[in-house]
Design a protein around this ligand. Sequence first.
Ligand code: ATR
Length: 283
Amino acid sequence: MTASEPAQYAVFGQPVAHSLSPRIHNAFARQLGIALEYRPIESSAEGFAAALKKFADLGGAGANVTLPLKQVAAKACASLSDRARRADSVNTLSRSGDGWHGDSTDGVGLIRDITSRHRLFVRGRRTLLLGAGGAARAVAFALLDAGVPELTIANRTPERADALADAIGQPKRVHTRYWDDLGNWGAFDLLINATSAGHGGAALSLPSSLLAPRAVCYDLSYGKAAFGFLAWARSVGAEHALDGLGMLIEQAAEAFELWHGQRPDTDALYAELRAYVPGNAED
Ligand code: ATR
């Protein structure tokens, strides 16, 4: 890279071709008059270290990672922020000397979307977290910080839910449940789908007994991947059924500020993307 070329940024994932992150970061850059290039790079978990090295050799300054790379990315970093270390999940990498510094902006993105954009409270809501992968780990800590009194974690592979609960280390507040025992979990005020099931077209089969009156259901995905969970949420009477488009934009704004030192406005971009990403009937 020469001094006249714009700084290079990328999002790594699999699949990543349809990611909205390039569009979001390019829109923020235009808004704030910052020159950069941001592109998608397809990478498997196995190929991530080599792909990241190649990107660094070509002058890469920063990167986001999406599924299924958030825990792999944490291992690839030379240093981690406190929130990335405790979650063992990284979605934002910044070049630091010869290595990378990893951070996790998913949790703050979720909380900002729920509380600032949708003007709903998190504090006091008994919460069910479905999934225990990289995205789930990042949001679990943020939900506890935001004041959920009880967090129940359920994952198809129970060992990963147990590992997350152990990492959090608050046994009075955080419980795990077996996926096969869904009907006996009780009722929740906030249900978060952090599984990637929708990306593979798989439908989660969930009982209506999971919803307390006036429950909020939130899928960390957006677009087609969120359809199944949100359709279920509406059909069983959730007061709000929200997709993760707003979280995507908010986590990107946080990453953008880490890289460029300026915070973009997100409302106009949310309205623009919402117009063609169907999801929240209430928007
Ligand atoms: P991400 O970075 O998006 O969290 P990930 O780390 O690959 O991606 O995690 C994917 C999550 O979705 C996991 O919790 C996974 O469950 P397993 O740990 O059992 O693999 C969950 N998941 C994926 N497909 C699923 C399905 N069909 N039903 C239920 N859970 C599923």
